[in-house]
Design a protein around this ligand. Sequence first.
Ligand code: AMO
Length: 429
Amino acid sequence: MRLFKERRYISMISSERDGEEVTLMGWISSIRDHGNIMFVMLVDRDDEIQITVKRDNPLFTRFKELKEHSSIGVKGIVKSSKNAPRGIEIIPTLLEVFSISKMIPPFSIYSKSIPNMDLRLDIRAIDLRRNTLRSIFKIRYGILKAIREFLDKNNFIEVNTPKMISSATEGGAALFPIFYFNREAFLAQSPQLYKEQLTMAFDSVFEIAPIFRAEPSRTNRHLAEAISVDVEKAFIDYTDAMELLEDLIIYSIEYIKKYNIKELEILNIKFDVTKPFPRYTYTELIDRLKEYGAKIEWGEDFSTENLKLLGEMMNGYYFITDWPTKIKPFYAKPKSDAKISETFDLMHNELEISSGSSRINVKEEIIERMKSQGLNPNSFDYHLRVFDYGMPPHAGFGLGLERFLMTICKLDNIRDATFYPRDIERLTP
Ligand code: AMO
């Protein structure tokens, strides 16, 4: 269609184009009808513009029939106007109606008050027209571009690993079983073992892909399907991996500060993030929590209440290092004092956004660790096999993309950091 070819984005229209004829596409965000004059706001993916239709305009009666959310194309003359938003308006000369909306959403996507999450998710594509949400997802895209650019500059290559797998990597509880032809298989909880293997061929690898966790409870920080940024590198240990992760976080923040200025303004976000991020050992924090009167013993994972307490003590990003070996996965490398491991979590206040470790690269040691966690080494034969061919020392981390985005955009609910959230109660849309 000719009209489509002529299309301009609203953000390209400014008072410099005064008098020019332009073609715009989008949907109607609001209509103000004053009898003899109508103001129709047209939005597209990044901006909004006023279309002013007076009674003497031949299109007046056709504009009268339109409803909010309808999708239209408009050809018109750009006119400077002091009273219009952004100082410009469009005087229409042609109207193409693509789709008249039949329903009014059960909430206004333009109001500041945020309606019930489930109501919004039921018509997510409409909810995503909300300016704040569109800003969040543009920042998400900025972060993805930054991560790829950063890792590319550091000589990583992007890989893809199977999402249908035969055995658990992150503990058995949170697995999704699936039918795989005539046998049982699982959705991958992480690309852990594959990314480790790939360091044998490529040295430095990363993957940005879904991970699946059958989380039994509905919380504001867990999804059943999340995106993980997995990074793995040969010939480094967990201290190098922490530095790499820290640099990746800083690089991403600098990137969006440069390329997402408008979105950061809409969300009213300012950053004050510098490195190095503070590093605390697990043992240090247990002692601190105990001083605070918290109920926790060395060897236990932090409960939600204890994480809240930690969140109150901290300000921004920090690492928790050197975790008890027994509460970390079998592939994490124990220190010379085998009770403690070369592991870390990157936290932001009370939220864990990444975890990583030096990995075991000796077959007998990893078999030992599997057994001590009640896992059957035979079901990992496909993985253990490659240890016989020169497995290098290596380390890496998994960064939860949605959780990272939550810390950037200051979101309380992880559902606003993903397009179509999946949780125990939600499998649609
Ligand atoms: P872990 O299980 O800690 O480690 O996961 C890594 C990061 O992924 C994110 N994440 C989640 N985000 C949303 N919903 C979930 N249900 C969810 N589960 C995990 C978190 C978390 O910090 N293989 C290791 C990583 C490694 O050692 O390289 C792993 O999967 O942000």
